[in-house]
Write a protein that binds this ligand. Structure first.
Ligand SMILES: Cc1cc2nc3c(=O)[nH]c(=O)nc-3n(C[C@H](O)[C@H](O)[C@H](O)COP(=O)(O)OP(=O)(O)OC[C@H]3O[C@@H](n4cnc5c(N)ncnc54)[C@H](O)[C@@H]3O)c2cc1C
Length: 481
C-alpha cells in the first residue's frame, strides 16, 4: 500500500522554482476553492500547495520532484466536476491547468485544432464557430476546461448525433507520473496500431497521466437549426416517445427530457417561463426537447412535419416550434441552468448520472422515485433522453447532513443495483472520481475492477497521481477540512 510523504520545505522550494513565486501557493496561501469541486458533499480536502502550470515542461519537472518524494499530485481543470475527481483526498499538491488556456493552431486542411488543456469549452466552441467550423461536444457546464472534458469523457446535449468527447480526440501530449513526456495518437482519421493508449487516457480522470496538449477533430458547422418542444402528460409517456423519434430518420442533434418539477424550479429561480405549463388546456407533466439541424430551412421543414406526426402519435400535447434565436437562447439557457437552479434551491445535494438502455429510462425513474419516497428525500431529474443518460438529484432542505447521507446511501445502493439489473452503467458522463468507486466495482465485477487497478499501477507504480480515484483503493486519506 502506498505511503505518502508530506510536502517538505525543500520540495516546496523546488516546486516554487519551477513555476515561479506568482504561480505557487502553499499552506494558508492556498485558496479554499481548491478543496472541492461542484459536489462538496463528497468532502473538502485542502491541498498542501497549488502550482499554476503554464507548460508541459513545467508539469514534467513538477512530477519528477513529487514522484521522487512520493508526494501525491492531483490535476485540476476548472473544478466543475461532480464526483470529487479533482479533489486531493490523500493530500499533496494540486496542479492547476487554468493558465494553460491557449488555442494553439487550426489545421483547416485536416479539420483539427491544437489546444492547451485549460482552454474553456465555451471559448473553444465560440472560436471554432468564428473559424467556420464546429467542435460538437456540448456538456452543460461551458466553463469546464476541455482537458477536464477529455479526462471525464464528457458527453452533453449533442451526443445523440455527434457522439461524446472521446470521438473528437485525435492526439495528445501527456506527462507520466515519473515526469516523462509522451505523445499519443496522430492527426489521422483512423488507426489500428496497437493498444490505444490515447483512448485509455480519455476518461481516466487524471489517474494515469496529465494531459498537456490536445489535438481535436472539428466538423463543418450546420447552417440552420430548430428546436421543438414536446409537452407530455407525464415522464413515462414522454420517454416512451423517444424510440419513435429516433426511428423517424431525422438524425436529431439533441433529445433532452425534463420533469415538470425541474421546469417549475427553473422558472421560479430564473424568472424565465419559457416552458408552458398548460398546453391546449392540459397540464404538462414532462417535456422532450428536440433539436434538428440542416443546411437550410427547406431541408428542415419536412423533418419538422415528420417529428410533429411522430410526437402526436406518441401523445405529445403539441409540437411547439422554436425558430427565433432569442427563443432558442431562452429555452437552452433554461435547460443549461437546471443543475445551477437545483444547487441553489437545495441545502443538501447528491447525484446519480446513470446511463440505461433508452427503454429503461421510465421504469428506472419510477423505481428511484419510489425508493426516494421511502427514504424521505426528494428527487429532481432531467437528462439526455436520446442516449439514456439520466441526471438524478437527491435533495433535502430539512435533514441534517449525516442523516441525509445515510438515507441517500440506501437510496443509491438500491438504485445502482437496479441500474445494473437494467444493463446500465454507473456513469454516462460525469465519471467516477472517489464518489462512485464502490458502485463501479459492484457494477463491473472484481475481475474488471482488478484489471483497471493493475493498469493504474503500470502507469503510476508509486501511486502518486490522483490517488484514491476511479479504481484505486487506499485506506485512510488526508484530513477533510
Ligand atoms: C452545472 C453543471 C452542468 C454540468 N453538465 C455536464 C454535462 O452535461 N455533461 C458532462 O459530461 N458533465 C457535466 N458537468 C460536469 C463537469 O462540468 C464535467 O465533468 C467536466 O468535464 C469537468 O471539467 P473541469 O475542467 O471542471 O475538470 P475538473 O473538475 O477540474 O476535473 C475533473 C477530472 O479531470 C481530471 N483532469 C482535469 N484536467 C486534466 C488534465 N489536463 N489531465 C488529466 N486529468 C485532468 C481531474 O483530475 C479530475 O479527475 C456539469 C457540471 C456542472 C457544475
Amino acid at each position: 500500500m502506498a505511503k505518502y510523504n508530506r510536502l517538505t520545505p525543500e520540495a516546496a522550494e523546488l516546486l516554487q522554482a519551477i513555476v515561479g513565486k506568482q504561480r505557487f501557493s502553499a499552506g494558508d496561501g492556498v485558496k479554499p476553492d481548491y478543496a472541492h469541486d461542484e459536489m462538496p458533499i463528497y468532502g473538502r480536502y485542502l491541498p498542501e500547495a497549488v502550482c499554476l502550470a503554464e507548460t508541459t515542461e513545467e508539469i514534467a519537472a513538477i512530477m519528477k520532484v513529487c514522484n521522487e518524494r512520493k508526494i501525491p499530485v492531483t490535476v485540476r481543470g476548472a473544478g466543475t466536476g461532480l464526483v470529487g475527481g479533482c479533489v486531493p483526498v490523500h493530500g499533496g499538491i494540486v496542479v492547476s491547468t487554468e493558465r494553460m488556456n491557449r488555442i494553439l493552431e487550426y489545421d483547416m486542411r485536416n479539420l483539427c485544432v491544437k489546444i492547451q488543456p485549460g482552454v474553456l469549452l465555451c471559448d473553444l466552441a465560440a472560436d471554432a464557430l468564428a473559424h467556420g467550423v464546429m467542435y460538437p461536444p456540448d456538456p452543460g457546464e461551458k466553463t469546464a476546461t476541455v482537458g477536464g472534458n477529455v479526462s471525464t469523457n464528457a458527453g452533453g446535449m449533442k451526443a445523440v448525433k455527434y457522439g461524446v468527447t472521446r470521438d473528437y480526440v485525435m492526439a495528445m501530449t501527456v506527462v507520466l507520473p515519473n515526469g516523462e513526456i509522451i505523445k499519443l495518437g496522430k492527426s489521422v482519421c483512423k488507426t489500428s496500431s496497437g493498444y490505444s493508449l490515447l483512448h485509455l487516457m480519455i476518461g481516466s480522470e487524471g489517474t494515469l497521466g496529465i494531459i498537456t496538449e490536445l489535438t481535436l477533430k472539428l466538423i463543418p458547422k450546420p447552417e440552420k437549426d430548430v428546436t421543438l418542444m414536446l409537452p407530455f402528460q407525464d415522464i413515462a409517456t414522454a420517454i416512451a416517445a423517444v424510440p419513435a423519434i429516433k426511428l423517424a430518420n431525422l438524425d436529431p442533434q439533441s433529445i433532452e427530457f425534463a420533469e415538470r418539477d425541474v421546469i417549475d424550479s427553473s422558472a421560479e429561480f430564473t424568472g424565465n417561463h419559457i416552458f408552458p405549463t398548460v398546453v391546449n388546456g392540459k397540464e404538462a407533466g414532462a417535456y422532450i426537447l428536440v433539436t434538428l439541424v440542416g443546411n437550410n430551412e427547406q431541408e428542415l421543414l419536412p423533418k419538422m412535419d415528420r417529428l410533429g406526426e411522430v410526437a402526436e402519435k406518441a401523445g405529445a400535447y403539441d409540437t411547439l416550434v422554436i425558430w427565433t434565436d432569442t427563443l432558442k437562447k431562452d429555452v437552452w439557457a433554461a435547460r443549461s441552468a437546471f443543475l445551477t437552479v437545483i444547487e441553489a434551491q437545495s441545502k443538501l445535494l447528491d447525484e446519480m448520472d446513470v446511463v440505461v438502455p433508452v427503454d429503461k429510462i421510465a421504469p428506472f425513474l419510477v423505481y428511484v422515485h419510489e425508493e426516494a419516497d421511502k427514504q424521505g428525500v426528494y428527487i429532481k431529474s432531467f437528462g439526455h433522453a436520446g442516449d439514456g443518460n439520466l441526471h438524478i438529484y437527491c435533495c433535502s432542505n430539512d435533514l441534517e447532513e449525516d442523516e441525509f447521507k445515510r438515507r441517500v446511501k440506501k437510496l443509491m445502493d438500491a438504485s445502482y443495483a437496479k441500474c445494473t439489473e437494467f444493463e446500465g452503467q454507473v456513469s454516462g458522463e460525469h465519471a467516477i472520481g472517489h464518489a462512485k468507486k464502490q458502485y463501479l466495482r459492484e457494477s463491473v465485477g472484481e475481475t474488471a475492477y482488478g484489471l483497471m487497478g493493475q493498469i493504474k499501477m503500470v502507469f503510476d507504480p508509486y501511486e502518486i497521481l490522483n490517488p484514491g480515484k476511479v479504481c484505486h483503493d487506499l485506506e485512510g486519506g488526508a484530513e477533510a477540512c
